[in-house]
Design a binder for this molecule. Structure first.
Ligand code: C5P
Length: 265
């Protein structure tokens, strides 16, 4: 291979239903997953020895060794590489982070087959287009009519470990998502769906409820993944940018950004 630089977009669960649990403890999901125009950047250059360098606004606390999924991805592919990871996204935040970075490495190395063994969210991150995600994350289907959405992403800084949130779930057999619109109102449909992890995440990190509250003027506000990042959907890009500016001004310690998601092509 030659050197490659890949974009690792933020993953947003617009809806996330927990519909069961497998014998090995993993949960069965039904989720609408889309990708944003904000993300990390990963460059992969073949080298004689493996190395990971982390830079960018969220570099602090990100491991630069075999604990990092980008390292594991290259290692599983049997390729020594010099990897430079620019962390623009908060990590452990419900928006893909490490999974999208690992998917970017697999894309650069042409090894999509290794995705699932690196994590349940890595296969969907490899697609980077709107997907209905089922099973434990391994059953994916294109969502051909999914539009692009104007969002505000708000991360209030709480780190909620995914296993803890799943473990705290009281009910693990919730209803699946309703049939998606064919040509109709996606916002009405989305409002009728849920994130089944939201209550358990808020119980652990009440500041998530504050993040949802500041999105009061959004058409819909919900948590992504196991949190703590929340998104608000706005009618258009300008509305999202105005709301992001207001929220950022009032909450200078939070990560706040306006973003467009990628619609189905
Ligand atoms: O696969 P990944 O390492 O990203 O998952 C992190 C944790 O989230 C798992 O160890 C598991 O506790 C939980 N999880 C789950 N069911 C899924 C995906 C993740 O219980 N479908």
């Amino acid at each position: 291979m030659t050197a490659a630089t890949e974009f690792a977009p933020a993953k947003i669960n617009l809806a996330l239903h927990v519909v069961g649990q497998e014998a090995n403890g993993y949960h069965l999901l039904d989720s609408l997953v889309v990708f944003a125009d904000v993300g990390d950047r990963v460059s992969v250059t073949p080298a004689s020895a493996m190395s990971v360098t982390v830079d960018g606004p969220f570099a602090e606390g990100v491991p630069n060794d075999a604990r990092n999924l980008v390292w594991k991805a290259a290692e599983r592919a049997g390729i020594a590489a010099q990897i430079v990871l620019t962390k623009n996204l908060p990590h452990g935040a419900g928006i893909g982070g490490g999974s999208s970075d690992a998917a970017a490495v697999l894309r650069a190395l042409g090894r999509p087959d290794l995705a699932l063994e690196l994590g349940a969210d890595v296969p969907v991150c490899l697609k980077a287009t709107p997907q209905r995600m089922q099973g434990i994350g391994d059953v994916l289907a294109d969502v051909p009519r999914c539009p692009a959405f104007s969002l505000v992403l708000v991360n209030p800084g709480a780190h909620v470990p995914t296993p803890d949130v799943f473990r705290a779930l009281q009910v693990k057999t919730n209803s699946p998502m309703k049939a998606m619109p064919t040509d109709g109102d996606w916002l009405a449909w989305l409002k009728a769906q849920r994130n089944d992890l939201q209550g358990a995440a808020i119980a652990r990190a009440p500041v998530i409820a504050d993040a949802l509250a500041v999105l009061h003027d959004a058409v819909l506000a919900r948590m992504s993944g196991s949190g703590s990042t929340c998104f608000g959907i706005y009618p258009d890009r300008i509305g999202a940018e105005k709301a992001a500016a207001r929220i950022a001004q009032n909450n200078p310690d939070w990560w706040v950004t306006a973003s467009q998601t990628v619609g189905a092509s």
